[in-house]
Design a protein around this ligand. Sequence first.
Ligand SMILES: [Zn+2]
Length: 360
Amino acid sequence: MRDLQSEPVSALPRRLAGIAQPKLARLCEETAHRSGLGDLLARRYSGKGIALMFHEIHADVDGELRTGCGPAQLAHIIDTVRAAGRDIVTIEEGLRRLAEPDSRPFALLTFDDGYRDNRTNALPILERAEAPMTLFVPTGMMTRELYAWWIALREIAKTRDAVDIPPMERRFECVDLASKVALMRQVTAWIGTDNARARSLAPTFTKYGVDLPALVDFYAMDEEELKTFARHPLVRIGAHTVSHRFLSGLEDAEVAAELPANKRYLEDLLGQPVPYLAYPHGDEDACGAREARLAAQAGFEASFTTRPGHLFAAHLSHPHLLPRMDVGYAPQSASALASRLNGLHRVIAAGFVDPVATLA
Ligand SMILES: [Zn+2]
């Protein structure tokens, strides 16, 4: 049976594609970690920089169905990164260090979507650690127009013991945490990178009485909060498209419109340049060479995917397909974190491929 407790929901579509079975991946991570061989095996895969991804920082991790992590995990990751010899720096400084052979190793902390708990729960930890962060914000999250299907789905799973999802022809019994987490995982996997499938859940949300703008209003910062947050010396704001859809499923013209529109919106709202982008979802099914070309065209200096891997000087030739690793899920084992910090994670997810992740 699939282990429901230790895999990030966002990683699931990739896992189901057969690239790595979760149990096998975990076994590899654990063996490498315990034997001390991980660092050795991953030597080629260990780069000057790493970009780490978080989403929500929950006070009640189980209550939010383990879709984020807690403040203690964030603090622990910061300590572990520094103990491994990496400075935590801004994206701008990280790119500068990539270009400089003698610079110190670094880590970037990035947060996606604009959740309010990034201010209430993450910022105090970051302040204590004096660690800078970048928050990638979709326009729709601020305007409350975002079709945030993952938030709607979670709300239904949290509050019901059984959920019917007619487009999947499935009824989920979900009386406890494990089955609620499993529901989230299975529906997310079914959606894959298909915008139409995501949209097909709208009548289900209506049937269960979900008020999506109110939910977004509850979980996400509003424009005034974002403006205040953006003025904090440790905070930088990045772009994350207008609608947070899977870009690969959109026409050229839609992608070409979304990217600069979100950039302009944030720059106008905040009165500061927004030079960096994170693609929504970010795996190789959700974005690729076309998106990289359009991101450059929209005026971004660098763009982050969720390809597994570390950052190398060679990435300066591919600044719009930078790898980034999810560490903001709970619970997380020491070996899973270690494999992301030493580079073994790329080997486990993709095999002994090119250490410099770009298109895959
Ligand atoms: Zn996102």
